[in-house]
Every structure is written in C-alpha cells, then in structure tokens.
Write a protein that binds this ligand. Structure first.
Ligand SMILES: Cc1cc2nc3c(=O)[nH]c(=O)nc-3n(C[C@H](O)[C@H](O)[C@H](O)COP(=O)(O)OP(=O)(O)OC[C@H]3O[C@@H](n4cnc5c(N)ncnc54)[C@H](O)[C@@H]3O)c2cc1C
Length: 409
C-alpha cells in the first residue's frame, strides 16, 4: 500500500483517487471547496465527455448518471454567415454516445463516494507550504488543481505552446426550454468565420436534463460583448441576441430558453497552455502534475474533461505498475511524456479549430458534407482526437483520405 496525496478534487483528482483506493492504496484528496459549496456554486465547465473517457469512469463504477443524463448521439457542424447563409453543413452519429453531467452534480457525488470507499478528504486551500508537508509524509504527491494558481509552479513548456494569450472569450449558459432536434441529439458546432463559434449540446444539471450553450467569441471581436453584462437576465438576453445576430440558422431552437438557475452562467478566457508535468518544491522534492495543470485547452472542442479522465486512467495504471519502487523524478517524467504522447492530439485539434483553417482542412470539411463515412470519422474525433493524426493535419494525408472515400466501393 502506498500513501498518495492528490491536491485538487476535480475530474482528474477524484477519479484517480477513487481508482487508487480500489487498488488498496491510502489516498488523501485535498480540495479547496466542500461538495456543498461546489453544488451551490457557479457552473465550472460544459464537460461534454465521450466514450473512451466515460469508459474510464465506468470501469471504476463512477457512472451514476448513465440512465438520467441525456445522450449526445452525434455531431452537427455548420459554417455560415448571416449574409451568406450556411456554407457548409454535415452531421453524423458518433460510434458511441457522449454525455455531460454538470460538475456541480458530479463532483460532490464523487467526493461522497471517495470517502465512502475509504479515502480521506481534506478541505483546505493548499499552498506551496502545505504541498511540502504532504510531500514529506506521502510516497507521492500529485497536483490536479486545474486552472488554480498552484499549477503555476510547473514551468510553461514554450516549445509545446501555440498561443501566449486567450483566443476566445467564452460564455457558458445552462438552459431549459431548448427546441429539440428532429434527428438525433448532438454536439452542435456552428462556426462563423472571423467572429466565433456557437457550440451546444444536451446535459444533466441539478434540475434535470438541460442544454449547455458555449459561445466562443474571438477576443475583442464583434461578438465579444460580455463586458457590458451584469446580471443573469442580461447574460441570457445577450446569449439569445448574439445567436440571433451571428447564427440565425440555429436561432429558432433558442427562442424559448430560460436559465436553469442564476448560477448556470460563466464568462471567462483561457490561455491554451502546456506545462512541464513535473515540478520541484523548494525542498527539492518532485511533485507530479496532471490534467489541466499540464495541458490546458480552450474549451472549443471540449477536450479537457476527456483528457482528465484518460489521464487519470493512465496515471492509475502507471502507479500500479510501479509496485514498491520510488516515485522518483525520472518515473514522473516518463509518465508525463506518456500523457503528452496522447493528449497532444487534443491540444492540436483544439488549436487547429481556433485559427482560420488551411485549404486542405476546408476541403476535408467540404468532403464530409458529401461523404457520410468521412463525416462519421470527424464526429468520432471528439472521442479520440488522436484518430485525426492520420488524415487531418497533413495536406497529403488529407488528399489520400478524400480519394479513399471517393473511391467506388
Ligand atoms: C467554459 C468551459 C467549458 C468547458 N467545456 C468542456 C467540455 O465540454 N468538455 C471537456 O472535456 N472539457 C471542458 N472543459 C474543460 C474541463 O472542465 C477541464 O479540463 C476539467 O475539469 C479539468 O479537470 P481537472 O481535474 O484538471 O481540473 P478541475 O476540474 O478544474 O479541478 C481542479 C480542482 O482543484 C481545486 N483546487 C484548485 N486549487 C486548489 C488548491 N490550491 N488547493 C486545493 N484545491 C484546489 C479546484 O477548486 C477544483 O475543484 C471546459 C472548461 C471551461 C472553462
């Protein structure tokens, strides 16, 4: 049995903590908020998750909402401008359904589950001094503090970062009253070149099934009007106004929406950042970073929670495989490189969607419109962004993928 302390009780920290309890380890999770505070607080994310990541949760017996959470059955991509209409439009079911459970519902439930399975939950806002203390008394300390300040003790990995500032102002809105789609439930992605994106999908919140709207405005562009919003009512009104103005083809579905609750809103910006996954405390002891601490993506493609879950699974297996050996810096470095080896594809996918697409990507998306097989491959990339690596980024690979799907059967 190893003594492991995880600072940060979000998707990554709690999932890993619960997994480690199952392997017989002594686990402490440190959270700066109680479950009750999280449940009563503001929304934190839109947390759409797909099959591989959900599978990691299911393996640990943590999928408490499979029957109550509405599924995300496919993806629907549209590119348009109000003056030109929809210029590109394709949709496909995914191979397996996704789902989004409000973290205000999920995390408190997982905290209870963690304690029920024998974990120690400490409520404290840990700083460097506290982490030093945990490092002194634990075999391994992992920082899973998400976007929290503590993560800044990990050095920015300049060679792996593509941006040094936020690319979007993100406005999240949880609503009831959305007009349902007629075909299948979907991750709806609307792109308005030069302005931003409207992404929305079904989810589960405190008050039951809902929809989550994620408006991604190019920073300081015409859709970035959130500075003038003061109240939840104004937030809802702004959401509806921006959709009518910039995404009119999708607007009829939103005409009767109402907020799920006054805390069902969030406005913020994220600088997409990759950090080295191993940090060193003033004492010289190493600490291991995970999930958002290491790779922080813009939420546009909804990859962060998926990464957190897949990463928790990777870390769980690596800790198990380590047996009684020391969790030294070399082991940590190898593990974080293994994480990067996979999660880099989520960063690449996201970063690629944040900038104007090169001609071969435009051609690929155009081909998705005519070929169900290619559209299906694209829809499945939200589950496994690495799957894009063989056909999406390199113009020659893209040409081959197009030729293959054009070839007579
Ligand atoms: C607007 C928005 C929309 C998003 N939509 C999606 C999506 O659709 N799909 C998707 O996959 N991802 C999405 N994400 C990203 C996703 O929410 C995160 O990537 C994911 O939650 C990261 O998990 P984590 O465990 O690393 O961090 P978190 O979930 O942030 O958890 C970190 C925890 O650590 C705690 N903490 C921080 N500092 C300390 C401290 N010093 N001491 C103790 N505790 C501390 C925090 O309070 C928090 O509870 C979105 C993010 C945003 C901002």
């Amino acid at each position: 049995m190893r003594k492991i302390t995880i600072v940060g009780g979000g998707q990554a920290g709690l999932q890993l903590g619960i997994g480690l309890l199952g392997k017989g380890h002594q686990v402490t999770v440190v959270s700066n908020r109680t479950g009750a505070e999280i449940a009563a607080g503001k929304v934190l994310s839109s947390q759409s998750m797909y099959d591989m990541a959900l599978g990691c949760e299911r393996e640990l017996g943590l999928s408490f909402w499979d029957d109550s959470c509405p599924p995300i059955e496919g993806a629907h991509v549209r590119v348009g401008k109000p003056e030109a209409g929809v210029m590109l439009d394709f949709r496909s079911r995914m191979s397996a359904n996704g789902q989004s459970v409000d973290q205000r519902v999920k995390i408190p439930r997982w905290m209870d589950e963690f304690e029920r399975r024998g974990g120690t939950l400490v409520i404290a806002d840990a700083g460097i001094a506290e982490v030093e203390g945990y490092a002194e008394t634990s075999d391994l300390v992992i920082l899973a503090t998400g976007k929290g300040e503590l993560g800044k003790m990990f050095t920015r990995d300049d060679a792996r970062c593509h941006f040094d500032r936020p690319q979007r102002t993100i406005a999240l809105t949880y609503v009831h009253g959305m007009k349902p789609r007629e075909d299948f439930t979907a991750l709806n992605i609307n792109l308005h070149p030069g302005i931003g994106e409207l992404v929305h999908f079904p989810a589960l919140t405190h008050s039951g099934p809902c929809d989550i709207i994620n408006l991604e405005a190019i920073c300081d562009g015409p859709m970035d009007r959130w500075a003038e919003v003061r109240t939840p009512e104004q937030h809802l009104a702004m959401t509806k106004a921006l959709i009518e103005e910039y995404f009119p083809w999708d607007a009829p579905r939103f005409r009767d929406i109402r907020l799920t609750d006054d805390n069902g809103i969030l406005v913020g910006r994220v600088t997409p950042t990759v950090r080295k996954g191993v940090g060193t405390l003033p004492s010289g002891r190493p600490v291991l970073g995970m999930a958002d601490v290491m790779i922080l993506n813009d939420p546009m493609t909804g990859q962060g929670s998926n990464n957190a879950s897949k990463g928790a699974n990777l870390y769980l297996n690596a800790i198990e495989a380590r047996g009684d050996a020391a969790f030294d810096k070399a082991w940590m470095t190898d593990l974080t490189e293994a994480y990067w080896d996979y999660a880099q594809w989520s960063a690449r996918f996201t970063n690629c969607m944040l900038v104007p697409p090169p001609p071969h990507v435009l051609k690929l998306l155009g081909t998705c419109q005519q070929h169900a097989g290619l559209a299906h491959r694209f829809a499945d990339a939200f589950n496994d962004p690495k799957s894009l690596s063989t056909w999406f980024y390199d113009p020659a690979d893209a040409e081959r993928a197009i030729e293959t799907c054009m070839a007579p059967a």
